[in-house]
Design a protein around this ligand. Structure first.
Ligand SMILES: O=P(O)(O)OC[C@H]1O[C@](O)(CO)[C@@H](O)[C@@H]1O
Length: 543
């Protein structure tokens, strides 16, 4: 049976039809307490989901769908270390990365929590030395530049979290994140750094990723060109990986390697040793606070009733628009400059997890799965793409994220402080999107009749608002875990494997074949389609 054959699905289809003519204006008018009622809270995050096109019945039906598709049993199987990543035969235990010391999480009968804390302890000891300037480079200088080389989950998490927590970072350390195989990335990010003062962290779960290994080799060449001695690698290079053999082969002493495990997916790994660069920046205490924030949402997700469960609510509301309204995308709009990279991070988390069309039992789905995730920090987006969200033809559900306290209070002479201006925009946008402006209202304002239609806002555009008191490591951990589990809930309902990523393989394999064809001194024999052949020939002729 597919999910479209469940009773909950049919009930939702009927309900969607019945709700067609209902506007958020009506729903708010009918229930003056709606704005306080349709809210939930956990781990310091407050969710207002009242500006969604839902009634109490919608919520009941959506939660019925969650129940009927086994979301809670699947959640419990994940936390219990069952091998729910069936196509790779692996457990999915990023939640064990933030389990407190003393907890027990078994993988094949082995408690992995002490292993996690052993690595955290080694990371902390190393981070303390670098931060205190007692880990010396090859020429005896302390290392004050940190270059993380990685891509995908081995880059996006650390760079997003470093940017998010910059306020808490040791500012005499310079952090750079190199990911693109385009030589410009490494060149530009190292051009003003002194190799004698630079630590390179090669972050790669597999330690085979083409981009990362190319950047790591070039970084080594850059370092050795300046320091002139292979022995320098031991003081200036560390690795984060699950592949000790490949790390050793690259020339990094495994004493300088921080490990993690195959039950941590790349896009779920920023709270493993992959977060080493972040720990160097914010210190072990800051990192531990981040882990506590993750854990707080893990506990909330595991134990809160579905009606008040933040990831379940966000996940099921997303399904409502994705599967019943035909929404193609979902915008995440953080009103905090420090969260500039959060949408990009969520793109990998969500789209690599739920961009699938084959179910766990190997059949093609007959319903939509993961949406396109996109966004930018507010208020910049307001002056760019919000026009389409307000008045375009597409339905784009949005998450607005804001904080009650700013980390950078800037009072304005004779006006409201910056933070009030920022947050006024959060509230104004969600109000405008929900309620819009009718033709009558526009005409009443004296707008000429021929211009009036252009000034109408239909409204009825759904938003969630997530508010927290302050952006701290704890809040960031909670926010990330909130979205991790939201993605889990949706994947569980869609009955897909959110934890593999076979879709990235074909391109990798084909690129591997094309590299020697671009590089060969003699004209290679090409056996691609006519377009690819011609592009390769043109590139060779003009390179
Ligand atoms: O950490 P690795 O093994 O270098 O992989 C990097 C990234 O490549 C992918 O496997 C595919 O893009 C991601 O899932 C992963 O985060």
């Amino acid at each position: 049976m597919t999910i479209t054959q469940t009773a909950a699905w049919s009930a939702l289809l009927d309900h969607h039809r019945a709700l067609q003519g209902t506007h958020l204006r009506d729903l708010f008018a009918q229930d003056p307490a709606r704005g306080e009622r349709l809210t939930a809270e956990g781990a310091g995050l407050y969710l207002d989901y009242s500006k969604n096109r839902v009634t109490d019945e919608t919520l009941t039906l959506l939660l019925n769908l969650a129940r009927e598709t086994g979301v809670t049993a699947k959640r419990d199987a994940m936390f219990a270390g069952e091998k729910i990543n069936v196509t790779e035969g692996r457990a999915v235990l990023h939640t064990a990365l933030r389990a407190p010391a003393g907890a027990t999480v078994l993988v094949d009968g082995h408690n992995v929590v002490p292993d996690v804390h052993e690595v955290l302890g080694r990371m902390a000891a190393f981070a303390e030395q670098v931060r205190a300037g007692t880990w010396l480079g090859h020429t005896g200088k302390p290392l004050k530049n940190i270059v993380n080389i990685g891509i995908g989950g081995s880059d996006l998490g650390p760079v997003m979290a470093y940017e998010a927590l910059k306020h808490y970072a040791q500012r005499d350390l310079t952090l750079r994140f190199v990911s693109n195989v385009d030589g410009t990335d490494l060149t530009e990010k190292t051009r003003d750094l002194d190799p004698a003062e630079t630590l390179v962290i090669v972050s790669s779960k597999t330690f085979t990723t083409q981009e990362t290994m190319a950047n790591a080799r070039s970084a080594r060449t850059w370092l050795l060109a300046a320091l002139g001695d292979d022995a320098a690698v031991a003081r200036h290079f560390v690795a984060v990986s699950t592949n000790a053999e490949a790390v050793q082969k690259f020339g990094i002493d495994t004493a300088n390697m921080f490990g993690f495990w195959d039950w941590v997916g790349g896009r779920y790994s920023m709270d493993s040793a992959i977060g080493l660069s972040l720990m160097l920046a914010v210190g072990p205490d800051g990192f531990n606070e981040l882990l506590a924030g993750f854990h707080a949402i893990d506990e909330h997700f595991r134990t809160a009733p579905l009606e008040r469960n933040l990831p379940v609510l966000l996940g099921m509301l997303g399904i409502w628009y994705n599967n019943f309204f035909g929404a193609q995308s979902h915008a995440v709009l953080p009103y905090d400059q420090y969260l500039a990279y959060f949408p990009a991070y969520l793109q990998q988390l969500d789209m690599e997890s739920n961009g699938k069309h084959i179910t766990l039992d190997g059949r093609a789905v007959d319903y939509q799965t993961g949406p396109v995730i996109w966004g930018q920090p507010g208020t910049n987006g307001q002056h760019a793409f919000y026009q389409l969200i307000h008045q375009g033809t597409k339905l784009i559900p949005c998450d607005f994220i804001g904080f009650c306290q700013t980390l950078n209070p800037l009072p304005l002479d004779g006006g409201a402080p910056h933070h009030d201006l920022l947050m006024a925009n959060v509230f104004a946008q969600t109000e405008a999107l929900a309620f819009g402006k009718t033709l009558d209202q526009v005409l009443e304002e004296g707008v000429p009749a021929d211009l009036a239609p252009h000034r109408v806002f239909d409204g009825n555009r759904p938003t969630n608002t997530i508010l927290a008191d302050r952006l701290t490591p704890h809040t960031l951990g909670a926010l990330i875990a909130l979205y991790e589990h939201k993605v889990f809930v949706q994947g569980a309902v869609w009955n897909i494997n959110s934890f593999d990523q076979w879709g990235v393989e074909l391109g990798k394999v084909l690129a591997g074949k094309i590299v020697p064809e671009l590089h060969a001194p003699a004209e290679p024999e090409l056996h691609h389609d006519s377009s690819t052949n011609a592009l390769i020939r043109r590139y060779r002729a003009h390179r």
